[in-house]
Write a protein that binds this ligand. Sequence first.
Ligand code: GAL
Length: 419
Amino acid sequence: MRVFTSLSLIALIVAPLALFAQAPANTPAAQQVPPMGWNSWNYFAERVDDKEIRAAADQLVSTGMKDAGYVYVNIDDTWEGERDAGGVLHTNAKFPDMKALADYVHSKGLKIGIYSSPGPKTCAGYEGSLGHEEQDAKMYAEWGIDYLKYDLCGFIPDVMEKQAPNDKAAQMKLMVAAYETMNSALKATGRPIIYSFCQYGWDAVWEWAPATGGNLWRTTGDIEPEWNRIYTIISQQEGLESYAGPGHWNDPDMLEVGNGKLTLAENRTHFSLWAMLAAPLLAGNDLPNMKPEIKAILTNRDVIAIDQDQLGKQGSRIYSDGEVDVWTRYLSEGALAIAVVNAGSDRYATHPFHLNLRKLGLASTQAGRDLWTEKTIELTENMPLELSSHDVLLMRVDAPRRPGVLLAPAPKTQTGAAQ
Ligand code: GAL
């Protein structure tokens, strides 16, 4: 027992160090945890302008979201104007002065992000960076940009399908090279800029993104403020756990918390699962008109602490029973997060689900905390849990007890996405 315990302790200490060693070289030190902030697309889409970005920055501060960790204010597509004769890209009329806007966002103690595409056109048909990568990256750095979302979109029809028709492998090579080109351009600026890949998970992006400078990479197509889409995306994250780690994260897309017709339970589950997945937390709602209950979800510090846990280990779905899924996530200092999700109907509100601690590798009694009610909770084998439709029970167990083991076993060593 003593030998096992010491090995576990060593693993607990060494595993996180190994993770830090794999972070892409241009990662700012502070970005060892998943990025947190706000992005304009999910609520404003093409309607975003300078005024909305300033309002979002103001709101992040006044709502306490900044204090809770949300620092990036990210402008998505539709800020781009035309290129001049020298190839310099100008903003369009919605964004009269990008440098002044960046200064404003920085003056609030926040950071600013921008969007482009490796293609000649972006997804919304605006000017992309093809052939102007160095020029654009230099301009972003001069403006003081801290984050770039690089969206494949226009590159698919205009480069991949044109240059390599009917040759998927050659198309994928072109795609990887395009991300590498912008990586070199960003590095050459000398400014630490978070590099976010948006190419919907094509060609197992998690395997090559970190070596190509990616700090985060989308793993799926677009999210929508709708339970079935969110649950599909959650399910698609299974098996990607080993690719995430400090400085490089799977990105199941930006948050829809507070958008569309999501119920409070659905908003809670969406946010809880993004935390379990060590996902970037980029709110995408209408901040000036945020309801108190939505603010309460987005600023729940205990849930954010799960997402931002220094160990950087993404959670896994351990088992499903009927329509209920049980996820766990290893946390630093041997703690464990457990999420029980009712993906089905309200019948579990009256006919409880019974939690199997043994399947989670846990002893039959545990002291935990419910992170949504803030109540302590005694976990017992086969305990009945009443969960309404699409709701979640999210718990933190600080000192998990394993059957016959004093210490929690160390998480498996991180393999890293590039290996
Ligand atoms: C999509 C992307 C969205 C948004 C949009 C803008 O490709 O997945 O998140 O950026 O383009 O046109």
